[in-house]
Design a protein around this ligand. Sequence first.
Ligand SMILES: Cc1ncc(COP(=O)(O)O)c(C=O)c1O
Length: 360
Amino acid sequence: MTPMVSATVDADALRHNLAAVRALAPRSRVMAVIKANAYGHGLVAGARALEGADAFAVARVEEGLTLRREGIGARVVLLEGVFDREQLELAAAADFDCVVHAAEQIALLREAAPRDARLRVWIKLDTGMNRLGFKDRDFGAAHAALAALPCVAGPVNLFTHFANADDPQSPDTARQLARFAAATDGLAGERSLANSAGLLAFPDSHADWVRPGLLLYGAAPFAGTVGSDAGLRPAMTLRSRVIAVKSLDVGERVGYGGDWIARRPSRLAIAAVGYGDGYPRSLPSGSPVLVNGRRAPLAGRVSMDMIGIDVTDLDPAPLAGDPVVLWGEGLPVEEVALWAQTIPYELLCGISQRVGVVLR
Ligand SMILES: Cc1ncc(COP(=O)(O)O)c(C=O)c1O
C-alpha cells in the first residue's frame, strides 16, 4: 500500500550532491554527516546511497551501532564522543572514531578503555561556539594528555565547529579559523572544520576533511538561497494527496479557529498531512504547496492529520487522490522553512515516524 504521506528519497540526488561537494572541496576528504536519521532521509538508506563518502559522522553511539548492525563497515565518527564506560567499549569494538571535547572524556579513555583498544580520536577545540570543545587555554594540555594515552591510535586529529558560517558577512568565521590555526600550529594530525556553510563560503576552512550535512541533502544553509543555486538537487520530497475537495461560499471559515475566511466563492482541497507527520503547525495561511505540480496557498491552520489548500485558481480543479508536494522537487524546503520561520534542517529532521520513507 502506498503510504498517505511519504518522503521519497532520491538516491541519485544524494550521489549527485556528494559529487558536487567533492568538486567544491577537491583537496579534502568528505565526512558525510548522517546523524538524526540522515536529516530525516533514513540513516541506513542514506549511508548506502552515500557510500562514496570517506567517512560518516553521527551524533550518538546508537546511530553508529545501527550502521554496523546493517553491515556498514565504513569509518564512522562520533561527533560528541562517548560518555560512559559502556559507550566506550561499544565504540572501541565497533572501531568508531571518537571526538574528545572534555577532560572527563580523556579521564574515561585513560581509566576505562579496553586493554587492546586502539581508537582514532579527534580533539575538539572550542573556537567560539561555546558548545563543545576545549578552550584555547586548556587545549595544549588536553592534547598532550590525549596523545599520551596508549589507547589512542596515531596522531590526534584536530576538530572545531563554526557558529556563524551561514552568515558569510560575519567576521566570526575568520576569527574561528585564526583561533584554530593558532592553537593547532605545528601539531600532527588531520584537521576538520567546515560544515556546509563553511564549505561553500570559506574555502580556507576546507582542510583535510569537510563535514557537510545539509548540502548532501540538496539544501542551502544561507537564508534566501536554495540548493539549486549551488547546483544541488533536493534529495527528499514530502508527498501526500488530496482526500476531499469542497466549495465554500463567501464568509465561510476554514479549520481550527476559523482563521481563514473565504473572500470570494472558493474551492478548497483537503490534503492528508499535518503536524503529526512533521509538517509544521507554524506554517501560516498563504504558505505554498504543490497540487498536481502547481502552487497553491495553505488555507487555515495546519491540523494533526490534514491541511486545507485554496485551489480556487487551479484549472483544472484538483480531485480527491491528486498528488500534493509539501517540499522537495519543485518546492524548495528552504522556502517552506522561511514561511515556517525555521530552518530547512528542522523540517527535514522533523518528519515523523508515521511518514513512509521510500528510497528511489
Ligand atoms: C559537528 C558538526 N559538524 C558538521 C555538521 C554538519 O552541518 P551542516 O548540516 O550545516 O553541513 C554538524 C551538524 O549540525 C555538526 O554538528
